[in-house]
Design a protein around this ligand. Structure first.
Ligand SMILES: NC(=O)c1ccc[n+]([C@@H]2O[C@H](COP(=O)([O-])OP(=O)(O)OC[C@H]3O[C@@H](n4cnc5c(N)ncnc54)[C@H](OP(=O)(O)O)[C@@H]3O)[C@@H](O)[C@H]2O)c1
Length: 182
């Protein structure tokens, strides 16, 4: 989960950064999740220990990888300052995709539920990502987290999102874990 959701995107993005910053304008968009709110406290020196993988533990582990994604986008935005590139993250809302592949009943009722904003079709879930990638009004917006989950934008950000020093330390440790520049 850590490799697919966080380490892989971190490494891939970094390997592409020369091209990203050479472009006249570029946008890095990290697909995170509101699940980041149940991540608990991230220890900067051992964040890769996601904890137990029981029913609740695995959901919290997922939330941790998504919190790491948001922190990554924030630190990346700082590193891209002064270039033509931006970095933002988002939550697409709850979307009936293969993430819920085993839950056939949920997928069957998705079209009906998508009429209210509780469960979205894949097309609806993709809208925020497409908007962040293409809306001219967002060309200079960077370092932000956007959420499509109804009502959640009113909640205060979790503490880790306000700590630039934590974001920097986690970046440095992640770079070491993936042997970036080694
Ligand atoms: N669905 C939701 O309600 C929801 C809510 C919040 C955030 N998100 C986020 O949205 C993003 C997309 O999720 P989704 O809902 O579209 O889920 P999905 O339908 O399960 O799609 C996941 C995608 O990731 C690919 N993938 C998984 N493991 C991989 C690996 N190890 N290496 C390379 N590719 C891998 C899968 O490839 P294959 O098709 O080849 O397996 C698939 O294309 C994720 O970051 C998820 O955390 C989803």
């Amino acid at each position: 989960m850590l490799a697919s959701n966080y380490l892989g995107p971190f490494l891939l993005t970094n390997l592409l950064l020369d091209r990203v910053t050479a472009a006249p304008a570029a946008r890095v968009i990290v697909v995170a999740s509101e699940a980041h709110r149940i991540a608990g406290r991230l220890h900067p020196e051992r964040f890769e220990d996601l904890g137990d993988f029981g029913v609740l533990g695995s959901f919290r582990a997922y939330g941790r990888t998504k919190l790491l994604d948001i922190l990554f986008a924030r630190e990346l935005a700082r590193r891209l300052a002064g270039t033509g590139a931006t970095a933002n993250s988002l939550c697409p809302g709850t979307v009936a995709t293969n993430l819920y592949g085993q839950m056939r009943a949920l997928r069957a009722i998705a079209p009906a539920l998508s009429r209210i904003p509780l469960l979205r079709t894949a097309e609806q879930g993709a809208r925020m990502t497409v908007r962040l990638a293409s809306d001219p009004a967002l060309a200079d917006v960077t370092g932000r987290y956007f959420t499509s989950a109804p009502g959640v934008a009113l909640l205060p950000p979790v503490r880790a999102l306000r700590s630039a020093s934590l974001q920097l330390r986690i970046w440095e440790r992640t770079a070491a874990l993936v042997e970036l520049g080694a």
